[in-house]
Ligand binder design. Sequence first.
Ligand SMILES: [Fe+2]
Ligand SMILES: [Fe+2]
Length: 267
Amino acid sequence: MQSPTLFESRRVAPETYTLPAYLPVPGAGILPVNAFLIHAAQPLLVDTGLAALKSDFMKRLSQLIDLEDLAWIWLTHTDPDHLGNLTDVLAAAPNARIVTTFLGMGKLGLQQIPTDRVYLLNPGQKLDLGDRTVTAIKPPSFDAPETTGLFDSKTRTLFSADCFGALMHQPAQTALEITPDALHEGLVAWSMVDAPWLAMVDAHAFDRALNTVHQLNAEMVLSSHLPPAPGMVDALLTHLRATRFATPANGPDQQAFEQIMAQIMVA
Ligand SMILES: [Fe+2]
Ligand SMILES: [Fe+2]
């Protein structure tokens, strides 16, 4: 895979769809970059994909929902891989409000997002979607302090933002297709890039955070950076727990990067 690629949208849980994309990471494989749609009574979009895939993303999203009906845009955090098409979605969905935190609003304010299109929700607080509530949760791993994942009480689906992401070798329909060893390696590698502070956390505090996820009893985990993971919460928690003993990763330096790119050009 030479460039970011958007795959077919798929239903992954009742009334729940993924818009899956993959981003090539030179020298490290590919990284999933997923957005999701909950087709609730008040429909909610989780994140807005990669800007590099704008036209395909907007087309696929419009195939899933009439954007006039979109009520909420849940921004897990303000990284570019999560708000890539936010401006276009806001323009096409005039009735939708962004769900974020005060810090998220502050960061978005720098990009001239009108504050009346923002709805503030902190971890632990609930949002009523008409036929269900979703609860904002702080995942045990994140790379931006405004990060909120969410838990859908109706489908028992956890949307975990950057948490539980994994570098991969090839696309997969679900995380069950990834061997446990490859998932462990890819998840630890991604976590050490995305949240190197995990290697410094207190063991008991980290266990409490992991246990909070365990207690949700989620049937499905939808990470922004992993294929859908049904019935895999405890396996994912075990892999994530191992990051405490991993080594934070630097990316390649200029010389190594040039070598990687030269190999890619030859291949
Ligand atoms: Fe991030
Ligand atoms: Fe991300």
